[in-house]
Design a binder for this molecule. Structure first.
Ligand code: UDP
Length: 478
């Protein structure tokens, strides 16, 4: 193949939300650094100008990557109670005409991409890919167990007559942890809801992809991944290429890192609920009291409490000062042991710091992988999206986390906080999980090595993409 002079152009449409962009940027870096000559264009759809956190990610892209903003779409007719997923899907769907315009002008300039990569909610963009003979691919940012559930969703939807939460038996998919209705992702909760309909719509279109890239790795989910790789009609090839995570920048100075430098090795529990997670007032207080009672060291990224678990999704900065919501006396009581950080912290660097010995997480998949890469054991405290299912996979499937249990009204009480924090940081369960994490961290090094499983998987896809670029360059009609 005469690939020496050919640069392959890949276009990526991340779903709105910084949690979606970060892994795709990491993916693009990996592709460019390890798999030959590629340029990547991020095509950004939204219903408003991007947030500061969003911009800072896009402004620091390396030279072989660029970004294009599509005109913001109008979502003023969408009910304020519509779920995030419906808003995300509608944003992508309503951006299709401007995407088509963009592809038209790229085609005139002979700069069309060879590949269009979308994530979970972006499959409507496949229509434009098909019109311009651009190869459609999915980048799946979560794990193999949840991907398997999604690929089976059209069939489950046909065969189940009840709501999934009312199923009497868990769903057992090949190679996967059995999933009971209560651990299904939130989007499956109400089959009449628009969010579920959008999920089903996108899941049905997955089969149109030429391949699905998966941000997981064989040593983390061996059985689920092997089962996904069994060829079947209507199932695109699945390439496990992870874990690809944001490693942060080593030059980043911050109060947290300076504070961590002063703490004993492995002694600090890092607590964060991702880019958008928020707790109710009651839950916020229980966590605060539990942390203080545990007497362990911690860094806690706090947001102003809210009744909606993902209320900060589109903008992680709290509008009011979150410190105001801490119980009276909390800062005084914990000042020797804890650091409270409003809204946002340099998570990648915190997890890589030797003083960090545990992570209480909402189980977002990026956070999970960032912890695994650093061998940091987890407390699973899922809030929304597919986080309950991730928690199940991490606790029952992998053995990498202790689950924080809620009471009958859905609150994790302070006594439970003390149990899981002490259990992870000093108990026997913690030791077992720590050892598992150590194994997984070594596994990460193996799969991402030059000959490793994930590197080879991405190598295989990248060869297909290069071949398609050559084909379209030779086809003058493209
Ligand atoms: N993150 C961060 N600082 C914070 C909160 C989050 O750097 O204070 C980053 C985190 O490192 C991860 C991403 O934001 O890369 C969150 O993604 P994840 O999939 O864990 O959760 P989501 O935000 O999508 O729920």
């Amino acid at each position: 193949m005469e690939e020496a002079n050919t640069t392959t152009h890949v276009a990526i449409i991340p779903s709105p939300g910084i949690g979606h962009i970060i892994p795709l940027v990491e993916f693009a870096k990996r592709l460019i650094d390890h798999h030959g000559s590629f340029t990547v264009t991020f095509i950004i759809a939204g219903d408003s100008p991007p947030s500061t956190a969003h911009r800072s990610v896009l402004d620091s892209l390396p030279p072989s990557m660029s970004s294009v903003f599509l005109p913001p779409v109008d979502l003023s007719d969408v009910s304020s109670t519509a779920g995030i997923e419906a808003r995300i899907s509608l944003t992508v769907t309503r951006s299709i005409p401007s995407l088509r315009e963009l592809f038209r002008s790229l085609s005139t300039e002979k700069k069309l991409p060879a590949v269009l990569l979308v994530d979970l909610f972006g499959t409507d963009a496949f229509d434009v890919a098909a019109e311009f003979h651009v190869a459609p691919y999915v980048y799946y940012t979560s794990n193999a167990n949840v991907l398997s559930l999604l690929l089976h969703l059209p069939e489950l939807d046909q065969t189940m007559s009840c709501e999934y939460r009312d199923m009497t038996e868990p769903v057992k998919l090949p190679g996967c942890v059995p999933i009971t209705g209560k651990d299904f992702p939130d989007l499956f909760e109400d089959r009449n809801d628009d969010a579920y309909k959008w999920l089903l719509h996108n899941a049905k279109r997955f089969k149109e992809a030429k391949g699905i890239l998966l941000n997981s790795f064989i040593e983390l989910e061996p059985n689920a991944i092997k089962a996904l790789q069994e060829p079947a009609i209507g199932k695109p090839p699945v390439y496990p290429i992870g874990p690809l995570v944001n490693l942060g920048s080593s030059t980043n100075e911050s109060e947290c890192l300076n504070w961590l430098d002063q703490q004993p090795h492995g002694s600090v529990l890092y607590i964060s609920f991702g880019s958008g997670g928020t707790l109710t007032c009651e839950q916020f207080n229980e966590l605060a009291f539990g942390l203080a009672d545990s007497e362990k060291r911690f860094i806690w990224v706090i947001r102003s409490p809210s009744g909606v678990a993902n209320s900060s999704y589109f903008d992680p900065q709290s509008q009011t000062d979150p410190l105001m919501f801490l119980p009276p006396g909390f800062l005084d009581r914990t000042k020797e042991k804890g650091l409270v950080v409003p809204s946002w912290a340099p998570q990648a660097q915190i997890l890589a710091h030797p003083s960090t010995g545990g992570f209480l997480t909402h189980c977002g998949w990026n956070s999970t992988l960032e912890s695994i890469v650093n061998g940091v054991p987890l407390i699973a405290w899922p809030l929304y999206a597919e986080q309950k299912t991730n928690a199940l996979v991490l606790v029952d499937g992998v053995g990498a986390a202790i689950r924080a249990h809620t009471d009958e009204v859905g609150i994790v009480r302070k006594e439970e906080v003390v149990r899981v924090v002490k259990g992870l940081m000093e108990g026997e369960d913690g030791k077992v999980i720590r050892n598992k994490m150590k194994e997984l961290k070594e596994g990460v090094v193996r799969v991402l090595s030059e000959d490793g499983y994930s590197t080879k998987s991405l190598g295989e896809v990248s060869l297909k993409w290069k071949a398609h670029q050559l084909e379209i360059e030779q086809d003058t009609t493209h």
